[in-house]
Design a protein. Structure first.
Length: 418
């Protein structure tokens, strides 16, 4: 099965028919009774898993089952930041793999993901911040990841609108910068992966909710869905904020909490912010989308919830923090606000693992920062499912680290810094 390629020639050809004859980007098949692999969850991570299973491991008899529409979960709700400047070696390796895949993914998928490596700045407002950022920059460099410390004057040079005066409440003492970090268009990531997976024979099935698991002894044999029973000897669960719900259906308890995480966008403005700015201390981050809207995000709501909205106090805090950094934003109008349900783990690191049930695999715990990991997560999870053992990149992220104590504490790199 092949899809026609997107190119300047197909664009020109379709212009003659007023763009009415473009083929569908992916099929909408009814589920078959049996597959080799079922992926539960049609977000970026689930679609990437299916894509790399087909591309790298020649497993093409796959169904991706999505209860709503693809990318309708956190994939289509995030603030699109990509970077790899995590502290520990294990995290740096997997996030850097993902960033490298992102760098070639538009070409690989023949789909413009609008990857824009405009740099990601983390501001330091006190000596402790500077010390912590320097530690992370040094650690990144030892892992071969581009990372540097900027002086306040260099920060001002990159972001002239930023208030770096010493009499501000949170003076800017410097920043870390990953120049290869930036943003990518989140919907396009889901759509590009779905199209490319479909072209390799993967059935992407929307409006199909998984309601239970079928087992024979300790082996998984399939799933019960709103479209009936579908069998497969291997099932990968990639449902982000609903990981605990799905795990409970299989009789497992995960060390995952589900929290709302909000973001909002402003009215469109002329381009003035050409990088991504984060401040852990003031607790906000801002970038400007290609449409001109400011994309603003902050930390999670403190309570557990499955409602895809958050509380107004967080919105107030986000706006107060952004005005602290950019006083001129006080005249901005905010246009849209939304929430997603993020799956946080005790050490702020993901779980990419086999489970105690044979044939059942789990990919979750990406919390507030999994968009940047989409291709790397899919790539390693596909390996794990295909070989029934983890790749060395995701071995440290197994479930058993919560019993062995080999935690990978990334709260510093993952807190407000998505
Ligand atoms: C406001 C916000 C801002 C964020 N900003 C960033 C950022 O800037 N950078 C970054 O790296 N990360 C960010 N993240 C985190 C990132 O969005 C997620 O970690 C990532 O998108 C998770 O991808 P996923 O494919 O695992 O999950 P999802 O996209 O949520 O996909 C899971 C899918 O599973 C489906 N599902 C659930 N239950 C079932 C079921 N029973 N049957 C079938 N399907 C089911 C859901 O409908 C959903 O589509 C942000 C998140 C939010 C909410």
């Amino acid at each position: 099965m092949t899809r026609s390629r997107y190119s300047i020639y197909s664009l020109t050809r379709n212009a003659f028919s007023y763009h009415r004859n473009w083929p569908k980007a992916w099929r909408s098949p009814e589920p078959k009774p049996v597959y080799d692999v079922i992926i539960v969850g049609g977000g970026g991570h689930g679609l990437a898993t299916a894509y790399y299973l087909a591309k790298e491991h020649n497993v093409t008899n796959i169904a991706v089952l999505e209860k709503g529409w693809i990318g309708g979960g956190n994939t289509g709700r995030n603030t699109t930041i990509i970077r790899s400047n995590y502290l520990w070696d294990e995290s740096a390796a997997i996030y850097e793999k993902s960033l490298q895949l992102f760098e070639g993914l538009s070409r690989d998928l023949n789909f413009n993901l609008m990857v824009s490596q405009r740099g990601v700045l983390n501001l330091a407002h006190n000596q402790h911040d500077l010390h912590e950022l320097s530690r992370r920059v040094n650690s990144n460099r030892l892992n071969g990841i581009d990372s540097e410390i900027l002086s306040p004057a260099q920060v001002k040079d990159m972001v002239p609108i930023l208030n770096v005066t010493s009499n501000s409440r949170y003076p800017v003492l410097g920043a870390s910068l990953q120049r290869r970090g930036g943003v990518a268009r989140h919907d396009a990531v889901a759509w590009g992966l779905a199209r490319a997976a479909d072209a390799r024979g993967v059935d992407v099935i929307q409006n199909c909710e998984v309601k239970g698991f079928l087992r024979e002894g300790n082996c998984i044999t399939g799933v019960e869905t709103t479209k009936g029973i579908i069998k497969a000897p291997k099932v990968g669960v990639v449902v982000a904020g609903h990981a605990g719900v799905l795990a409970a259906m299989a009789g497992l308890r995960l060390p995952i909490e589900s929290h709302p995480l909000q973001a909002l966008v402003s009215e469109p403005l002329k381009p003035f912010l050409h990088t991504v700015i984060m401040s852990g201390s003031v607790h906000v981050y801002v970038s400007q989308s290609d449409k001109g809207e400011l994309v603003v995000g902050a930390g999670i709501d403190a309570y557990n919830s499955y409602a895809q909205r958050g509380s107004i106090s967080i919105v107030e805090d986000m706006l107060a923090a952004s005005i602290e950094l950019f006083p001129v934003f006080s005249r901005l109008r905010m246009m849209r606000q939304w929430g997603g349900i993020v799956d946080t783990s005790p050490d702020a690191s993901p779980i990419l693992s086999k489970t105690p049930i044979d044939g059942l695999y789990i990919n979750c715990g990406w919390g507030t920062g999994g968009f940047k990991a989409t291709p790397g997560s899919g790539w390693t999870f596909a390996y794990t499912i295909a070989h029934d053992r983890p790749h060395k990149l995701n071995e440290p992220f197994s479930l058993d680290r919560f019993t062995t104590g080999a935690l990978i504490d990334e709260h510093g790199a993952a807190a407000v810094s998505h």
